[in-house]
Design a protein around this ligand. Sequence first.
Ligand code: GLC
Ligand code: MG
Length: 558
Amino acid sequence: MPDPTTDGPDGLPQPAKWWQSGVIYQVYPRSFQDSDGDGVGDLTGIRRRLPHLVELGVDALWISPIFPSPMADFGYDVADYTGIHPLFGTLADFDALVAEAKALNLKVLLDLVPNHTSIAHPWFQEARSGRASPRRDWYIWRDPAADGGPPNNWRSEFGGSAWAYDPDSQQYYYHAFLAEQPDLNWRNPQVAAAIHEAMRFWLRRGVDGFRVDVIWHLLKDQDFRDNPPNPDWREGSNPYFQLQPLHTTDLEEVHGVIAGLRRVVDAFPERLLIGEIYLPVERLGAYYGAHLDGAHLPFNFALLEAPWEARALADLIARYEAALPPGAWPNWVLGNHDRPRVASRLGAEQARVAAMLLLTLRGTPTLYYGDEIGMTTVPIPPDRIQDPYEKNVPGLGLGRDGVRTPMPWDGSPNGGFTDATPWLPLDANFPENNLMQHRGAPASLYTLYQTLLRLRRAHPALAVGRYQPVGVAGDLLLYVRAHAGERFLVALNLGGAPAVATFAPGADGRILLSTFCDRVDEPVTGALALRGAEGVVVRLEPEAAWPRLAALGAAAPA
Ligand code: GLC
Ligand code: MG
């Protein structure tokens, strides 16, 4: 296999980093595998299931927060940055997990939540003890407005004002999320130093990097100006967006803070910094840093919301590629613990096409646990709702419990996830849809994921190769990945009807994989017929002409 290389900042090939050619798999620890019979997943459970990640064919796991926490936001309210919540195990369990992952050649990424702590964090306890506390300024305190109300109009992402009143000191503190999640003051260098030290604690333990929670939130306007109204907001949509979060997110100065995080990571070899950012792709470029000294991978969530339509996707990919600074490496995400499951958004058929898209686009893919077996967004009965977001802003479909349900490993009680009552219900269909049903089935979604991941490994062009759009024909989206003499044509039918793409003569090749897991080795000469919701990867012959669509608009096969 040729050495995978990518284009470096100078345009010359350089060896690809593990996180450029590799694939990341997100584990939501509460729902992966319970090992101690309390109905909640844990570290020993994850360790036991590492062979699944190897069998699937991914390279790294990112584990959502496992730190001590009152769990107001299920671990995104951290009470100790360098400990493990007893629910998940101990530091020894964590070390055992990392050791086992290393032995299996898997990288381990942790979730870093530096924007806010829990109210239970000793830093906040101290800060709240009085205006004279030496830690007071570690958080963001303001006097009430003249009428005694909040200091300005800033809103919490989780509903209502972002200011909580502290009667003892008669000041408000700022919280971008729950009142139980006070924001740290990143303008205070002591805060940066403390978080940097926590990062080093994990990096020294062998962690391969961090996914940084809400990185675009880290700094807020120093003058505390009101956010302007959003003229596009409509009744019935997320109330947070009634205002444009201009003065609370995406500040220019945040890139200095991110460069600081990056320096910590860069002091250790081969480590990775990912940033969570919900912004249009045009804004993502800045998060790589002016000198590529920001996040290695500012998460690109565009596929979570993109209209599932060939022209729109082609435009999105082009906009994203164009927005990348020279030398920046792209990435794509299809699902996470905050957004509806891809199989529910697109349906089972197009979820297969989406898998092929994710794993053949240029850029590091991130998979969300369970998407490899088509887990859907599970309806949660009102009496089992856990998510504080749903409780605070009910009825708008914003709740996230449905995408955090336990992984169904097999058809045994509770899908093999736990012996106890699971903290969230499993999808009722788990007896038919579980990993055991998918494993070894020649055309299962899981088999498709495995095959795509194997092909990426075997053919660096699919992982790190250049991306070249070929065009759009009706519902067909076509592009080429090319590297070191190998070229692959990817053709995806985003519609339900059969379609044919016709090429100018000479673009000959053979089908390497169909999303239906058949047609292997079928020759392609001049035309490519696809079934409804079919995607294919075609290996072009070395001498083949560049695939040029002969006619725009795909004809139905005769
Ligand atoms: C991020 C997390 C989300 C959490 C929020 C507050 O968006 O992904 O789950 O609720 O930050 O920490
Ligand atoms: Mg447990």
